[in-house]
Design a protein around this ligand. Structure first.
Ligand SMILES: O=c1ccn([C@@H]2O[C@H](COP(=O)(O)OP(=O)(O)O[C@H]3O[C@H](CO)[C@@H](O)[C@H](O)[C@H]3O)[C@@H](O)[C@H]2O)c(=O)[nH]1
Ligand SMILES: [Mn+2]
Length: 412
């Protein structure tokens, strides 16, 4: 750290858990520890001579549980919360000096992992508040299906409306499905009438976009049937809208066009944007949106389906990430990568800035390998009877590990 850095504001704050919560918890740990030790003592002193084998087995199991309980408790003695300071980041780095980020999204099956989720994930990424020419989004489709590719084509055109709309009205969250799912929308800006009008219109466009996404598999099948019937005798291919055969997997399995056996595909759907802001056009008779003061550029968007061959282990998500690293190295080569599963979305438009507070921190940045966000889950029943929010893990264990060295990496 240079002398100059020492006087600068640090980019994140470290917060201890309140004593009123921590002290009773520590006391409870002590009580449990005493109980566990007393229990072991009792066990050893009351050896069951009729079933020594059983006694030994259960002692071994208890000893192991006791030990793992201890391992689990020790980090919890000092849980730590780290909060990014976005204002300090903005002071220190203007948009031009923020580093590039390559955003990786992985998906496999358009049915098991519904395309609508993937589409929302990507829209929330494209609409994030980060310098547009400084980040790029890559989708890896391990299914190699045309449905995903055409969904991305549709998405690229819907994003041209959704992203400027989000920027203009500071919409949160920026995944349209979640945004329109919220019952009431507070609006603090000075254009309430215009906001309501544009929101209604975007909502209608989104509903139409969803219908197009939902009908993709039917559209593709009908189109392919039409081409295949002209092409009698040949194999039943899957056809793209431009009248060429899709290089990935086909609806009907064929040599070199099936799951686990097809050529690699890389398609740039949205090109790298220009470096200067591009303001949109004012409202007119055939354009109800006034984007004349909004930057309408979109970040780069790339579709990838890696090559697959039978007998070759693809290493699932890790393999997909490897391929995305290689492709992005050629196209955008950002110093940082961030990855999401296709069923995750960014629920806060500042989410790409937040990790930079840790990575660029003058004190700890050089020693930070990765930043792990807590995950939150939608559509869990409000009382969370079955603990599906995983709060103990995300708000307990992970904070606890934070106080030791850092949390574990969760794959996203
Ligand atoms: O051959 C494959 C198999 C999986 N995936 C993707 O990998 C991700 C995770 O796979 P999934 O089987 O859905 O794992 P989950 O159990 O749902 O997710 C848990 O496990 C993942 C892998 O460790 C972590 O990334 C997640 O955070 C964690 O919630 C998904 O986006 C998949 O699309 C691929 O890209 N290629
Ligand atoms: Mn999953």
């Amino acid at each position: 750290m240079s002398g100059d850095d020492r006087n600068r504001p640090l980019l994140f704050r470290t917060m201890k858990v309140k004593g009123s919560i921590l002290h009773p918890y520590r006391f409870l740990m002590l009580v449990r520890l005493v109980a566990v030790v007393v229990f072991f003592k009792w066990r050893v002193e009351h050896k069951n001579h009729d079933g020594v084998w059983l006694w030994t087995a259960s002692m071994t199991a208890d000893a192991w549980f006791g030990f793992s309980w201890l391992l689990n408790q020790l980090p919890k003695l000092n849980p730590i919360k780290r909060v990014p300071d976005l204002a300090a980041l903005a002071d220190r780095h203007d948009d031009a000096t923020l580093p590039g980020i390559d955003v990786f999204v992985t998906t496999v099956d358009p049915v098991d992992e519904p395309v609508l989720y993937t589409v929302n994930t990507i829209l929330s990424i494209l609409a994030a508040d980060y310098p547009v020419d400084n980040y790029a989004c890559y989708l890896s489709d391990d299914g190699g299906t045309l449905v995903h590719y055409e969904a991305m084509v549709q998405l690229a055109s819907f994003a041209a409306l959704w992203v400027p709309f989000c920027r203009k009205h500071c919409v949160e969250p920026r995944s349209p499905e979640s945004y329109f799912g919220i019952k009431t929308h507070s609006y603090a800006g000075g254009m309430a009438g215009e906001f309501m009008r544009e929101r209604r219109r975007v909502r209608r466009e989104y509903e139409e976009f969803k219908v197009r996404i939902d009908s993709l598999s039917t559209t593709i099948r009908q189109r392919s049937d039409a081409y295949n019937s002209k092409n009698k005798g040949g194999v039943s291919a899957t056809w793209m809208a431009d009248g060429t055969q899709w290089p990935g997997t086909w609806v009907e399995q064929a040599e070199n066009h099936r799951r686990g056996q097809h050529a690699g595909i890389v398609q740039v759907l949205l090109d790298h944007p220009s470096c200067q802001p591009q303001l949109g056009s004012p409202a007119s008779t055939d354009n109800p949106f006034d984007f004349s003061n909004v930057d309408t550029r979109l970040p780069m968007l790339v579709y990838i389906s890696r090559e697959k061959r039978p007998g070759y282990d693809n290493q699932k998500k890790a393999g997909a990430m490897n391929v995305m690293l290689r492709v992005s190295a050629l196209l955008s080569n950002a110093p940082f990568v961030i990855n999401f599963d296709c069923d995750h979305y960014i629920n806060n438009s500042q989410a790409l800035r937040a990790p930079m507070c840790f990575m660029l921190d003058p004190r700890d940045g050089q020693n930070t390998a990765f930043v792990q966000f807590p995950q939150r889950f939608d559509d869990v029943d409000p009382t969370d009877r079955y603990a599906n929010h995983n709060r103990v893990f995300f708000d307990g264990t992970m904070l606890a590990l934070n106080g030791l060295q850092g949390p574990t990496y969760l794959g996203t």
